[in-house]
Write a protein that binds this ligand. Structure first.
Ligand SMILES: Cc1cc2nc3c(=O)[nH]c(=O)nc-3n(C[C@H](O)[C@H](O)[C@H](O)COP(=O)(O)O)c2cc1C
Length: 314
């Protein structure tokens, strides 16, 4: 048992990050059933779709699970109301001010975790009263911080500043990665990209196949003027780069991005015009696997690596 397994009442301190267009109830329940903590990604769901996923998740697992709510999307009030009505016990908030919703959720008996990319925001989240923090490095998939602080640097810096449990995210897809960040002071890990290429991910097969073929250097953080996001370098990414050559205004970027790019890429499988969000660690993801198998492998890898490290001496 450690701080994270105790906080969430789970077996392994492995959290499957909420991921738009990837983490519906199928993935969340598979991760929870395997001893981790599965999160339904509310960011790509209309409120009533989220309700359906929560209800299905409750049927698919008797283990704890949670909901991730990126606060930059609309309908937040309705989403939060549904979360409380459906008796969800764990909420991970991201992309917004932790002060806005933490007390409301806590008054309703919910364990609250906030995702940050810097120690300043980690302190703000701690002050807002969250139960734990996810510190996410620059290498992570999805939306990201502007400062470009890597996980290896971010974890010890945040650890020095906060007292509440700390979850590391960004660049972790193996038990070795998990051991590394736990040695740096994390109490658990949040994993995204590895689970995007799982059997239970709701992403389109084209996207999953692309993830397992993504190599080192194939992703880049872009659109910093809007919400910085790490994307695979496809045609849409190239269109963004071409526009940057012309010194665009924020408005020009908004127009190019248009609507539903992420859905087009990850859910509908349009590899040319869609947004394909994935982390740098995709470079070591070579196979689409069931989520339960991914967790089992991570635990074996963690134990093997731990023995190797313990055997080493000067
Ligand atoms: C396809 C994709 C979608 C994501 N969507 C969200 C989201 O909706 N909300 C959120 O807080 N984080 C989101 N993330 C970030 C993950 O929850 C997680 O923190 C991150 O993927 C960890 O880094 P890794 O990709 O290196 O494992 C997303 C990541 C990916 C790859």
């Amino acid at each position: 048992m450690n701080k994270i397994t105790t906080l969430f009442k789970i077996k392994y301190p492995i959290i499957q990050g909420g991921m738009i267009w990837n983490s519906g109830y199928k993935l969340a329940s598979a991760v929870s059933n395997a001893g981790g903590l599965g999160l339904i990604g509310a960011g790509s769901m209309y409120p009533e779709v989220l309700r359906e996923h929560i209800q299905k998740c409750k049927k698919a697992t008797s283990k704890p699970f949670g909901v991730n709510v990126p606060m930059l999307y609309p309908n937040i009030e309705e989403i939060m109301k549904i979360i409380v009505e459906e008796g969800v016990k764990i909420v991970f908030t991201s992309a917004g001010n932790p002060k806005t919703w933490t007390s409301y959720l806590k008054e309703n008996g919910i364990t609250v975790v906030h995702v940050v990319s810097s120690s300043i925001f980690a302190l703000k989240a701690q002050e807002a009263g969250v139960d734990a923090i996810v510190a996410e490095g620059f290498e992570a998939g999805g939306h990201n911080g502007r400062e470009e602080t890597t996980t290896l640097t971010l974890i010890p810096i945040v650890k020095e500043k906060i007292k509440i449990p700390l979850i590391a995210a960004g660049g972790i897809a193996t038990g070795r990665g998990m051991l590394a960040v736990m040695i740096l002071g994390a109490d658990g890990v949040q994993v995204g990209s590895r689970f995007a290429a799982s059997l239970e991910s709701s992403a389109h097969e084209n996207f999953k196949e692309t993830i397992i073929n993504t190599k080192e250097g194939d992703t880049q953080l872009t659109l910093k003027e809007l919400a910085p996001v790490r994307l695979i370098k496809n045609k849409f990414y190239q269109d963004v780069q071409d526009l940057y050559e012309k010194c665009p205004t924020k408005e020009d970027l908004v127009i190019l991005l248009g609507r539903a790019r992420a859905k087009k890429g990850m859910f509908e499988g349009d590899l040319v015009e869609g947004e394909l969000e994935i982390g740098q660690i995709a470079g070591i993801i070579h196979e689409i696997k069931p989520a339960g198998e991914i967790i089992k492998e991570m635990i074996i890898d963690f134990q093997t690596a731990r023995k190797e490290v313990l055997n080493f001496d000067f």
